[in-house]
Design a protein around this ligand. Structure first.
Ligand SMILES: Nc1ncnc2c1ncn2[C@@H]1O[C@H](COP(=O)(O)OP(=O)(O)OP(=O)(O)O)[C@@H](O)[C@H]1O
Length: 612
């Protein structure tokens, strides 16, 4: 795509603003909102027409302004055991980890695949951001439509890529790959690289940004509730996968299609970071009006995302920002009208402004809605609920509780949950099911659903049979989404699945683990994965188990399994390691995932993104 890339290079100077990451603090100059495309360049003389670039390398820490610093002393949580930049979690399947260390080697290219233009044809532009322009891209062979984000390369010297650009691209690719096939996240299909450009081929979201709906301010409370629930789900799934989003705002959520009940997808993981529960981060990042107070103090945890989520929920319910009184009103009004703000004033508002819950429309909104938003917008982050706790908040509860829903209605939730397990856990669960096959009571619902799909009763369901039954009016899934979900059950790409694979995806493992038979099942499953009875699963065994005889396409897959499961670091997984590995992830809640039951009997294939 040389022509597109050079066009993008020329445009760089006008679109090089975005959410920042820096542990040097933001400059206290007046700048426009980081999303550049909707606003004129309004930077003052101090930044001469363009917002400041993020630093190429971490700089010395800078204390917040004195008044903020005083507040931060008052509000600072007790010192964490460690304050650090996010590290990829154990089991994280990065194609590289070196960019998480501050002294990564300069590189001239990423090594992504070539040949974007051979495979795709570009169509209309969808939007642009700090790092690239997004177009519709059509697969020349299949006619499938995608969104492609073209990110022009930024060079430092001697042909080396700018370190910040490298981190940004790798971050987005790694985090999207890590999050896998969550239906609440815009799916990344493939990545290409040319001399001057990187192209990210993504799921096409043709329904527009959430920001456009915020601006319309025509939501009922129940509309807002549905959207907030989807955002909380996305955040809960990311946090469950040790990812902090760090840039939650309405512009970073898009509707899959134009249907009034369209699903919402998180896009843009450029400044997201790997972060474990309880881990503190010291790098300021985000879009100032949405950032949490403790991010300004450069000492924050996953709960910083909950504050940003609270701001978005507030906007969806009221059409404005919460900051009121002397310190906040002007900032709120300026921003909602023109997306322009002064950093100093925004920081003051975030730290001190009165948060309004009295003015209209709060008098007409439910007490539960108010309680939900107030819980998120607590300045003391230790008082904020987690995303998972928020899903249990009365305001987000459906009339019908998940536990009362018949098994067949939760299949899409179960498939999403399976997708977030990671390959080794998926393979281990399949082995467990093969050893449970006689347990007809525990597997009865799953067997019934499987038999309904297995029309010729040969014990196998083809990929297309499965896709068809998912799309048969019961679930509102686009073609692309149905494929995303099913690929993960058919991990070895054989085009069909057997009952063990299906049941591994469908089972409630938390309750199986609680059963008295668990230890025996684990031991039998381990033995079946270790046919030579060597007592350990070596790297070679793992490669065969994870990827079949062909070997792994993704080079890191075996290492990732070892990182996650080889607790004693001896280069292999023994029975003890295997037991601890299976016990380590206990969350099994279906509430984290959208059920995607058809709301109006349509099959959801109105998605532009899914049309072939
Ligand atoms: N998957 C998608 N489908 C449709 N449109 C999209 C998609 N992804 C992005 N867009 C459009 O392109 C715009 C720019 O994308 P994005 O925000 O990811 O770019 P960026 O350069 O990473 O942005 P930022 O300035 O926030 O760093 C979005 O605001 C949206 O309008």
């Amino acid at each position: 795509m040389p022509a597109l890339c050079s066009l993008l290079m020329q445009q760089r100077s006008v679109c090089s603003r975005g959410p920042w990451t820096s542990n040097a603090g933001w400059p206290s100059t007046t700048v426009a909102h980081p999303l550049s495309r909707r606003r004129p360049a309004v930077a003052t003389s101090a930044v001469s027409g363009s917002a400041p670039q993020p630093p190429a390398a971490p700089e010395q820490k800078q204390k917040p302004g004195s008044s903020s610093a005083a507040t931060s002393q008052r509000q600072r949580p007790s010192p964490p055991a460690t304050t650090q930049r996010g590290q990829p979690p154990a089991g994280y399947t990065s194609h590289t980890q070196q960019h998480y260390s501050s002294n990564s080697e300069p590189i001239t290219s990423f090594g992504f695949a070539k040949g974007f233009a051979d495979k795709y044809k570009l169509e209309k532009q969808l939007g642009s951001g700090t790092f690239g322009i997004v177009h519709v891209a059509v697969n020349k062979e299949t006619g499938e439509r995608f969104a492609v984000k073209s990110m022009p390369k930024r060079f430092a010297s001697a042909g080396h890529l700018e370190p910040y650009y490298v981190r940004r691209v790798r971050n987005e690719v790694d985090i999207c790959n890590h999050l896998g096939r969550s239906l609440n996240v815009c799916y990344l299909y493939e990545v290409f690289e040319e001399k001057n450009c990187v192209d990210l081929v993504m799921e096409l979201c043709s329904g527009g940004e959430l920001w456009d709906k915020v601006k319309l301010n025509s939501y009922s409370e129940s509309d807002a509730r549905r959207l907030v629930r989807e955002i909380v789900r996305a955040v809960a799934q990311c946090h469950g996968m040790n990812v902090m989003l760090r840039d939650i705002k309405p512009e970073n959520f898009m509707f899959l299609d134009k249907h009034p009940d369209s699903p919402l997808k998180a896009i843009d993981f450029g400044i997201s970071i790997f972060c474990q529960t309880g881990q503190y981060i010291d790098v300021r990042a985000g879009t100032p009006i949405y950032i949490a107070p403790e991010v300004l103090r450069m000492n924050y945890t996953l709960s910083a995302d909950i504050w940003s989520l609270g701001i978005v929920a507030y906007q969806l319910l009221t059409g404005r920002l919460p900051f009121a009184g002397e310190e906040g009103l002007e900032v709120s009004e300026e921003y909602m009208a023109k997306k322009v703000f002064d950093n100093k004033e925004v920081f003051r508002a975030v730290l001190f402004a009165h948060l309004d819950f009295e003015l209209p429309p709060w008098d007409t909104l439910s007490g539960a809605a108010k309680d939900f938003v107030q819980a998120c917008l607590q300045r003391d982050e230790k008082l904020r609920p987690t995303a998972e706790q928020l899903l249990e908040h009365p305001w987000l509860q459906d009339e019908l509780q998940v536990s009362e829903v018949p098994f067949s209605d939760t299949i899409v939730q179960r498939l999403q949950r399976f997708g977030l397990y990671g390959r080794f856990r998926q393979v281990a669960f399949k082995a467990l099911v093969r050893n449970m096959a006689g347990d007809s009571e525990a597997l009865a619902d799953m067997r019934q659903a499987f038999q309904l799909m297995d029309t010729d009763q040969d014990g196998r369901v083809t990929y297309s049979e499965l896709k068809k039954s998912l799309q048969d009016g019961h679930f509102s899934l686009s073609q692309a989404e149905a494929e995303q979900l099913l690929e993960q059950v058919d991990t070895l790409h054989r085009g069909e699945i057997d009952f063990a694979e299906w049941a591994a995806a469908m089972a409630d493992w938390r309750s199986v683990k609680a059963g008295s038979d668990w230890d025996r099942l684990v031991a039998n499953a381990f033995a079946s994965m270790d046919p030579t009875s060597s007592g350990v699963l070596s790297a070679v065994d793992l490669e065969r188990l994870l990827c079949g005889e062909e070997g792994c396409e993704v080079p890191d897959m075996v290492d990732a399994a070892l990182r996650e499961a080889d607790a004693d670091h001896d280069g292999a997984v023994d029975l003890q390691d295997f037991k601890a590995f299976l016990a380590s992830k206990t969350d099994d809640s279906l509430a984290l995932f959208d059920s995607r039951l058809s709301r109006d009997g349509s099959d959801g294939s109105g998605s532009e993104g899914s049309q072939k």
